[in-house]
Design a protein around this ligand. Structure first.
Ligand code: SAM
Length: 229
């Protein structure tokens, strides 16, 4: 998969050279390119923002650098990329979204800052690719970088070959609409706390049943909205 990220803070993405995604990049499974939006400005101050029409607080990202960035990143492509703009006003990014996007050939992420990006950019981007506005959750971040890091990791780990044992992906929270069961490792007693005896029983049927019960109970307590769905 190819991923292009456009941001005014490209060094945010240095962390994506680490761990499993770093290895995926080294092995060529993930072809990740991070671009500085200011490289598509032409004034001395490399300006990317201006005051909002109609007044109001804050600044808005200018359309011109975004237009040039999108033109360059989509020039000569055979297939339409998926162009994702993180936004607290977007659709909720969920595990099912990550699963869907993990099948795409090419993702382009555009990180907003300030009060966001001039609305016309989304309209223009939709002439070049399939546009999605994606929210990480019902809160407001300072910029799209953290959201893109989270989405890239959630999507990237679902690409075949990125996580060593694909079975570990199947049993995770949100994969079947429930939260994951609790996990334990050695020692079996730690600070007077015991591992649930069923996990030491060797009875795989009983263990599976216990884990399922735990998943349902946890989800009922912590995320009843998921059970309702
Ligand atoms: N004025 C915007 C609003 O109220 O919808 C918020 C702008 S926010 C300060 C700046 C940028 O951070 C956004 O353009 C977006 O890229 C990113 N951002 C903030 N919260 C986010 C969230 N919950 N999910 C995804 N991106 C977010």
């Amino acid at each position: 998969m190819r991923i292009d990220v456009v941001s005014i803070f490209p060094s945010y993405f240095d962390g994506l050279t680490l761990s499993l995604l770093g290895k995926a990049r080294d092995s060529g499974i993930l072809d990740l390119h991070v671009h500085d939006l200011r490289d598509w400005t032409h004034d001395r101050h490399r300006t990317v923002d201006d005051t909002p029409y109609g007044g109001g607080a804050g600044m808005v990202m200018k359309p011109e650098p975004w237009g040039l960035a999108l033109d360059d990143l989509t020039a000569g492509l055979d297939t339409r990329p998926t162009i994702i703009f993180p936004s607290p006003a977007g659709e909720l990014f969920r595990q099912s979204t990550a699963r869907e996007l993990a099948h795409r050939e090419h993702l382009i992420f555009g990180c907003g800052r300030y009060e966001g990006i001039d609305e016309r950019v989304f309209e223009y981007a939709s002439t070049l690719g399939d546009v999605r506005l994606m929210s990480l959750g019902d809160y407001v971040l300072n910029g799209g970088e953290v959201a893109v890091m989270a989405m890239t990791e959630a999507i990237g780990r679902l690409i075949p070959g990125v996580v060593g044992n694909p079975e570990s992906l199947v049993e995770e929270s949100h994969e079947d609409g429930l939260l994951e069961y609790p996990s334990y490792t050695k020692p079996s007693t730690w600070r007077e706390r015991e591992v649930p005896p069923v996990l030491l029983s060797g009875n795989h049927g009983a263990i599976a049943a216990w884990r399922r019960e735990q998943q349902i109970e946890r989800t009922r307590q912590r995320r009843p909205d998921l059970l309702a769905e």
